[in-house]
Ligand binder design. Structure first.
Ligand code: UGA
Length: 452
C-alpha cells in the first residue's frame, strides 16, 4: 500500500518506519524543513533505542521517503495524520494543525482514500473532520480514528508488538483497508466507531495516570505511618484484577502524554457538562507530588538558600531525551526560587530551557555534578544513576543527603555506604519474601525482589 504519514514526531516517524518495515511504500511529511533535512541525511532526530538502526535499514531500501509538503499528485491509499495537538491555556487540545492538514488533503487525495487520525484528539474530532470534508465536497474520503499506544523509550517494541489495534471506522471497507495496512502485526483488533476509538485512547492514559496518582497517595500515607509502599504495591499487584504495572510510586508522571491527556479529558468532560472529579484529583495529586523532595530537602537543610542541590536525570523518564513536563524542570524552578544553586545531570539531555526561558547547562557526569553538593535528588531512573558507587558519592558530596524520587535504589546498600537516604513512602525499605511468583517486574532493582 502507499501510505503518507503527516507529522514526523515520535508517533509519526516510528509508525512510518513500522509500515515501511511491513512492506508498504511510506512518505513522511513535515512542514518543518529542518526536520526533513535531518531525516533526509539519514539521521534520527531524537533519541529512541533502536530507531537509528531501523531508520538506516529502511532508508537504504528506499521504502521510506521524506517531504516538506503534501504532494499535489495525491497518489496514496491512506493518509495518516500524526501532527501535534498541544494543550491550549484552557487544557483543551489545539486542533489547528489537524484541520490544516485535512484541508490540504481534501485538495489532493484520490477518491475513497482513507484519512486516518493517529494524533490524540478530543472525542468527536473524527466526526468533525468528516463534516469538514463534506463541506469541502470530499465526502468520498473515509475518516478513521486509529489511536496509538506506544511508549517513548520502548517505541519500537510497542509499535511492532502492540497490545491492541483500535480501528474507529464508519464502514466495513475502511476497516478492511486498515487490516491490510497493519497485516503482519499480531494483536487483538477492536473495530468500533471513531468517537469510541478516540475515547479508548484518553481513557487508557487517564486510567494509567490514575494508577500512578493512587499509588503516590498511598506512598505519602506510608511515609507518615511507617509502611513500605513498594511492598504494598507488590502485595496489591499480585491480585490479577489489579495487576503489578504502573504502581511504582515516585515524584509523579511527566512526558508529552499523561499531563496533556488527563487535562484534555477533564476539559472534554467539562464541555459535555460533566465534572470529571476523579481525574481532576489525579492531576492535582501529580502536581503536589513534585513537592515531596522539597519537603524533605527543607527538613534536612533547614533553608535551601545558597545550598548546592544536584538533580540526577532531566529526561522525563529513562530511554528518551524528551524533557516535556519533566519533574526535573519543575524542581529546578522551585529550587532556584528558594535560592538554591541547582545542577542538572543527564546521560542524553545536554541543555534544557528554564522556566524563564533561559538555557540551563546539563552535566553529563554524575560525579562531577555531585562534587561539593549538599543534597541530591534522583529524578530519572537512568541505569547510570541507579548503579552509582555510593562510597564514592559520599566522598564527592559535601553532605550526603539523597532523595530517591523513583524508589529504585536498594535502601540498605545506599545507607550502608553512609548516605542519608529518603524515598517516596518506602519506610525502612525492609525486603519482603514472596514465594512462587515472579515479582521481578515490580521492584527493580531491589535485590531481595529481583532474586525471586
Ligand atoms: C504513555 C502511555 O504509556 C502510552 O501507552 C501512550 O501511547 C503514550 O503515553 C501516549 O499517549 O503517546 P509515555 O508517556 O511514553 O507513554 O511514558 P510511560 O512509560 O507511560 O510513563 C509516563 C510517566 O509515568 C513517566 O513520567 C513515568 O516515570 C511515570 N510512571 C510510570 C510512574 O511514575 N510510575 C509508574 O509505575 C509508571
Amino acid at each position: 500500500m502507499k501510505v503518507w504519514v503527516i507529522g514526523t514526531g515520535y508517533v509519526g516517524l516510528v509508525t512510518g518506519l513500522c509500515f515501511a518495515k511491513l512492506g508498504h511504500q511510506v512518505l513522511c511529511i513535515d512542514t518543518d524543513p529542518a526536520k526533513i533535512r535531518v531525516l533526509r541525511e539519514g539521521k534520527a532526530p531524537f533519541h529512541e533505542p533502536g530507531l537509528a538502526e531501523l531508520f538506516q535499514e529502511q532508508s537504504s531500501v528506499s521504502s521510506i521517503e521524506f517531504s516538506e509538503a503534501i504532494p499535489v499528485d495525491g497518489a496514496t491509499d491512506v493518509a495518516l495524520i500524526a501532527v501535534g495537538t498541544p494543550p491550549l491555556a484552557s487544557g483543551a487540545a489545539d486542533l489547528r494543525a489537524v484541520f490544516a492538514v485535512v484541508d490540504r488533503l481534501a485538495q489532493t487525495l484520490p477518491r475513497n482514500a482513507v484519512v486516518a487520525i493517529k494524533s490524540t484528539v478530543p472525542v468527536g474530532t473524527a466526526l468533525k473532520v468528516r463534516e469538514r470534508l463534506r463541506v469541502l465536497e470530499r465526502a468520498d474520503l473515509r475518516v478513521a480514528s486509529v489511536p496509538e499506544f506506544l511508549r517513548e523509550g520502548q517505541a519500537l517494541h510497542d509499535v511492532f508488538h502492540p497490545s491492541r489495534l483500535i480501528f474507529g471506522v464508519t464502514d466495513e471497507r475502511t476497516a478492511g483497508r486498515l487490516r491490510t495496512l497493519h497485516a503482519g502485526l499480531e494483536a487483538p483488533v477492536v473495530v468500533t466507531d471513531p468517537s469510541t476509538a478516540e475515547m479508548i485512547k484518553y481513557a487508557s492514559n487517564a486510567f494509567l495516570a490514575t494508577k500512578i496518582s493512587f499509588i503516590n497517595e498511598i506512598a505519602n500515607i506510608c511515609d507518615r505511618v511507617g509502611a513500605d509502599v513498594a511492598q504494598v504495591a507488590l502485595g496489591m499487584g499480585l491480585d490479577p484484577r489489579i495487576g503489578p504495572s504502573f504502581l511504582r510510586a515516585g515524584i509523579g508522571y511527566g512526558g508529552s502524554c499523561f499531563p496533556k491527556d488527563t487535562r484534555a479529558l477533564v476539559n472534554i468532560a467539562g464541555e459535555a457538562g460533566y465534572d470529571f472529579q476523579l481525574l481532576r484529583a489525579v492531576v492535582e495529586v501529580n502536581q503536589r507530588q513534585r513537592l515531596e523532595p522539597l519537603r524533605r530537602l527543607r527538613e534536612w537543610l533547614d533553608t535551601l538558600d545558597g545550598k548546592v542541590i544536584t538533580l540526577l536525570g532531566v529526561a522525563f523518564k529513562p530511554g528518551t531525551d524528551d524533557v516535556r513536563e519533566s519533574p526535573a524542570v519543575d524542581l529546578h524552578a522551585m529550587l532556584i526560587n528558594e535560592g538554591a544553586e541547582v545542577r542538572l545531570v543527564d546521560p542524553v539531555v545536554r541543555y534544557v530551557r528554564g522556566h524563564k526561558g533561559e538555557t540551563v547547562h546539563v552535566y553529563s557526569d554524575a560525579y562531577e555534578a555531585l562534587e561539593g553538593a549538599d543534597a541530591a535528588v534522583l529524578v530519572t531512573e537512568w541505569p547510570e544513576f541507579t548503579t552509582l558507587d555510593w562510597h564514592r558519592v559520599v566522598r564527592t558530596m559535601r553532605r550526603s543527603f539523597f532523595f530517591d524520587g523513583r524508589n529504585v535504589l536498594e535502601p540498605e546498600t545506599v545507607r550502608n555506604a553512609g548516605m542519608t537516604l529518603a524515598n517516596v513512602g518506602r519506610g525502612t525499605g525492609t525486603p519482603v519474601t514472596v514465594r512462587g511468583s515472579d515479582t521481578t517486574n515490580i521492584l527493580r532493582p531491589d535485590a531481595a525482589f529481583a532474586s525471586m
